[in-house]
Design a protein. Sequence first.
Length: 806
Amino acid sequence: MAAKAKAASSSWQLRRSTTKKQKSSKKKKHSETDKAELFNSLNWNSSLPTTTSDDDDPFASQFAGAEGGFLSLEEIDESEYGLVFPDLNKKRKREESSDTEISESLDVGSEKKDEKKGKKKKPKKKKKTNKKKIADVEPTNSNTSCVSSIEEVKDANEVVEGEAGFDENDYYEWNELRLHPLLMKSIYKLGFKEPTPIQKACIPAAAHQGKDVIGAAETGSGKTLAFGLPILQRLLQEREKTARSLPEQGNADEDDLEENFLRALIVTPTRELALQVADHLKEAAKFTDIRVVPIVGGMSTEKQERLLKHRPEIVVGTPGRLWELMSGGDEHLVELHSLSFFVLDEADRMIESGHFHELQSIIDMLPVLCGPVEGNSQMTQNCLTVSNLQRKKRQTFVFSATIALSADFRKKLKRGSIKSKESKDDGRLSSLEALSARAGMRPDAAIIDLTNASIVADKLEESFIECREEDKDGYLYYLLSVHGSGRTIVFCTSIAALRHISSVLHILGINILTLHAQMQQRARLKAIDRFRVNDNAVLIATDVAARGLDIPGVRTVIHYQLPHSAEVYVHRSGRTARASSDGCCIALISPNDRSKFTSLCKSFSKESLQRFPLDNALMPEVMKRLSLARQIDKILRKDSQEKAQKSWFERNAEAMELEVDDNDSEEEKVNNHKQKKKNSLHLQKLQQELKSLVSCPLQPKNFSHRFLAGSGVSPLLQHQFEELARERADNNISRVDKKSKLVVIGQNCVEPLQALRNAGDEVRVDVKEKTDRRSIVNIKSKRKEEKKRLRDKRRNAKKELRRNSE
Ligand SMILES: Nc1ncnc2c1ncn2[C@@H]1O[C@H](COP(=O)(O)OP(=O)(O)OP(=O)(O)O)[C@@H](O)[C@H]1O
């Protein structure tokens, strides 16, 4: 872990130095907006402990310097996020000289280029030793062109052959999918032994039958490659066909081939997801020269325009930035006549507000399918310049884990078909069905729904904690300190709640990262980066992180606030238990959340749920710390608000060239000073008290100092105790002093998932029974309230009468 952290920090240093120049020029540009943003967020940021702490300043918290989620806006090297185009030639040269394995693959690429330019390829000698393997990979259907080059299959085998533990037979399930050898090579490299069910179902339909696909499968089930591999497959096949037909056509279209058109446009709802999908596709296209570029908001438009000038074949983007560039007339993005794939990832999110208008406009830009485009002379002109092979039917892919939850799609999934008719409500496409139809989805689309009734991932353990709204912070702190092992994401619905818990947890000494839509994009990416490299990191996020984010090793998802819809609950929970690993989610349910939670359970046809097992003996200590943290937070907030107000007043006065009169009398000044001193002493006292509490593990009320019981000992502390015990044993302490002996009883419930499993079925709650009981309780309490209301009314009326008669 330390090595990882070191590597990460050194890579940051490197990035920072390379971007120094950009930094200074950007600083100027952004300074005004940065200031405005800083000012808007004063209530929040200013309440936080500052790193420029003055030793005498009690308001500079003891936790200053903790990583927290309080990211400074440092430069991020955009090449890290796919925003710098790789120079293919340079990349080739570098890889050729450094890696013999990869050089073989690049030979294939350069041979392909030679083919394109009409040069005759020298036949390679076939090695006898590889014959068996080639036969293994060869498709059963000889029609396909994808495995036409036996040399490529051979190369693919050779690339991975040398790797320790590689056995091609482990990958036999992929053979049926008849993927291009260069794609198989990436799959070997990625180590994906078998296709996931959604990949098995989608690839034949999309890649070999050329169908449109509506795909629904649980979160983390590999949907990205389910649509990504067919795209790459078709592009590779078409290139080969074109290259083969070139010599026959006498190289007439050679120039056309040199000019790449946009072939696939993938739209995702969030920036992080777009960057991630682009990265994933780049991995899959690693051994080809197909280029994938992410186009997302929050980053330099100019840079992205420059990238698009390189005419990448695949663009992955968010609707806002894509539409901004399209409406601005970006050449590459508006030349859509050769577009062969249009993909809506997380499609059900796209019809929600916030994305709708841009997406609708993008869809309206897509040419009407098939052949020369009607009614658009520009398009028709462009079409004439495109190779016939490229001008094939456009395929539309619509994917999400929760399509099956959307009412209209559920109907359609049952029917097994989509309506081709466009339904429009006052000029807006109102449903996902209408949107896909408008995008050109054909009625014979393959509908692949692999979601089960509960929609959530198979290996996800769901649980809940019932508590009062004001105790949520305490239970969250409990979970993070008692079971704070493994990566955890805490989801909030509002940014205000996120800020509140981040601040309190920060004061309590828990290292947290934050992610929400009001953060600058660089800070958002940085938070994700930091979260990725730390095995025990805690990310407090809004629903901007709910969809698609693929961070391996997320063990726990905590719903601090319940989401507004069942779909979001599925996606949030789906950040754990991904790609056949397990994980758990815990919902904190206050009385206000109950009805929402019940309807959530109903929509997933849940019969029973686990109550998260708690050690209530620890709660008094938790609440004690929390109370201190809240007091500190309140004082810090008040102080920073006052400072912000004062500096705002002074700044404005200065801007208006006014002199600020100090009207306070000497006496007032002295009193103010005294009050300030008193407050700061109080704050110091609170901070010290909290510091001494958090330096010890959580202790139950009846805590024995002789035996440190497992529950309440954090994993880190337990490790330290064990080390200490070992050291003592090694030193062979001869003094037999019972009191000095240290006994460490192992902590069984480190991870929440383990705690849940250890608790077994004891904590299982019958949801239906609970709902019924609740509704009875509700009716009873409503009746009681009504009776009380009537009684009060009668009493008041009597009083009124008496007063009138007097
Ligand atoms: N065939 C495979 N075998 C093993 N792992 C795979 C395979 N295909 C994809 N993965 C991995 O599974 C993880 C999840 O994939 P992906 O992000 O595509 O899931 P998803 O279904 O799109 O999830 P979500 O619905 O949350 O967006 C990724 O880390 C990916 O690398």
